[in-house]
Design a protein around this ligand. Sequence first.
Ligand SMILES: [Fe+2]
Ligand SMILES: [Fe+2]
Length: 286
Amino acid sequence: MLWVTGIMSGMSSACLPSSSSPSSPPESLRPQALALLLMRNADDKAAAVRALPPVSALSLEETQAVLAEPPGVPGRPERPELRPPSDMKSRAVGSPEGRAGLLHALAHIESNAIDLALDVMWRFDGMPEAFYLDWLQVAREEALHFQLLHAHLAELGYAYGDFPAHNGLWEMAEKTRGDVIARMALVPRTLEARGLDASPAVRNKLISVGDRRGGEIIDIILRDEIGHVLIGNRWYRHLCKARGLDPISTYAALADLFGAPRLKGPFNFEARRAAGFDETELALLG
Ligand SMILES: [Fe+2]
Ligand SMILES: [Fe+2]
């Protein structure tokens, strides 16, 4: 585990915020994203992402660079224990343990979402600067979502890691590691878009057991996630245009090729519309 120690000790100057003075050179964004991705403690990772310097203090000069992948991507805590999705129990939220289980599952999604945003930033070279800045914003917001949920979970007497979790989100990141267009199609435009669909029911569940704070957190997450799917749509369309591909048939081919989950209703059409899906795409959902 020496490399972990090396990475973590290197982080104090390379990644953690920011001792930049007006005279310090700008810090390079993509190598920083990779170093943050390797961090193993979920709380520390979220705090470090939120404390990244402002855009004006970051350098995007290296957008063309191909960065080598070190071992240990993504950095993960020892807990939660990861199990197949079929092993996940769904608990009734009426009991404190059941509600904590739901909040834990959501916190795990957000922890994965931090990793997914950081991974996009370091892994895919040759994109316009605005692409990296969009994903930086996504990473910062995912880190906030994780912190909000983790703090709320703590109020129930639980911590991240107390329940098992599944690895479905990162599995799609693995499958689409070789092509940014597949990543845009199947992570933000598919998995994060499913989150838009699921939000109203989750919010209602929490409100129905008197968890108003939980409902407020879901409202914040839904607002931000619309922006994340919009960013996915923007760059998916950009890549389709650059490669002369039709967005509709290309999506169907990629979903097939990479075994994307079949989309099932009910769909949050309002949120999907706000997130940039066009009427043809919405009609195809059925
Ligand atoms: Fe999120
Ligand atoms: Fe997101």
